[in-house]
Design a protein around this ligand. Structure first.
Ligand SMILES: N[C@@H](CCC(=O)N[C@@H](CS)C(=O)NCC(=O)O)C(=O)O
Length: 247
């Protein structure tokens, strides 16, 4: 069965999985997933009509694999095994955990900005609904935002605390890279590099990720981008040296 990755072009979790699959040379087809709207057909293809839905999910590798870390570990097993060297497994998982905290915090800030931007709400709808039909479908974006706010339970979360969480991850990343000679773990490129690179997504999304201009603006945190410009430069070098494209 061919490998299919259900993913969102603008999502850092999807990019983590995509990067690991590409790094391992696994061929796959990507299917665009829109929260809520794609859920029913996704459940049908995945099987398990009632279980939780989490994107990215990889189909075609035995049981469906959800969660970017699990997809990456599976991919690495198909490739050269360099993303998860046995000697550093625990440290890599710790970095992933830390970077997930920054992404969850970034999602809070970004979703709030999208909620306040008419243009970004429009971009959140699938392309056929953004044109002449938009006036009829505009409320769907608000339903989607309310859905994500409830699902990830951040209605009450403080934006300042979210910024602090991102700051702590990035500051730790900056120090680790300085001490580690360019890599957060060990002296080679591993999944910890991918996780740390992705944790900058809600500071300044990487230029290679497709998203509308208004969405990109909502996903950008100018003050943090300025403070961590060295890390953004590090991410750029990471993409240049290690972002192989399998397709
Ligand atoms: N730990 C998971 C997190 C993935 C995640 O948060 N996915 C969100 C992205 S916004 C999702 O599935 N959203 C679609 C939905 O909830 O319907 C991973 O690394 O894959």
């Amino acid at each position: 069965m061919p490998h299919t990755l259900y993913a969102a072009s603008y999502s850092p979790w999807s990019e983590k999985a995509r990067w690991a699959l590409d790094h391992a040379g696994v061929a796959f087809t990507e299917v665009a997933y829109t929260p809520l709207l794609s859920e029913a057909s996704f459940r049908f293809k995945r099987g398990g009509l009632t279980g939780a839905v989490s994107i990215p999910t990889l189909l075609g590798a035995g049981e469906p694999i959800s969660d970017s870390l699990r997809i990456a570990r599976w991919a690495d097993g198909q490739g050269d095994g360099t993303l998860f060297p046995e000697a550093h497994l625990e440290e890599i998982e710790e970095w992933n955990y830390r970077c997930e905290a920054a992404l969850a915090a970034g999602r809070i800030l970004a979703t709030r900005r999208v909620a306040g931007s008419e243009a970004a709400r429009r971009e959140a709808l699938p392309a056929p609904l953004r044109g002449a039909l938009y006036p009829f479908f505009a409320p769907l974006a608000d339903v989607g935002i309310a859905f994500l706010t409830r699902k990830y339970d951040f209605g009450e979360a403080s934006s300042e605390a979210a910024e602090q969480t991102i700051w702590k991850t990035l500051e730790a990343g900056r120090l680790a890279i300085r001490d580690g000679g360019g890599h957060p773990v060990g002296d080679r490129f591993t999944f910890a590099d991918i996780a740390l690179a992705s944790s900058l997504h809600f500071v300044s999304p990487h230029a290679s990720l497709q998203m509308g201009e208004a969405t990109r603006a909502c996903f950008t945190h100018p003050a943090l981008a300025q403070e961590f410009s060295d890390l953004l430069a590090w991410r750029e070098a990471c993409y240049e040296a290690h972002r192989r494209r399998a397709r």
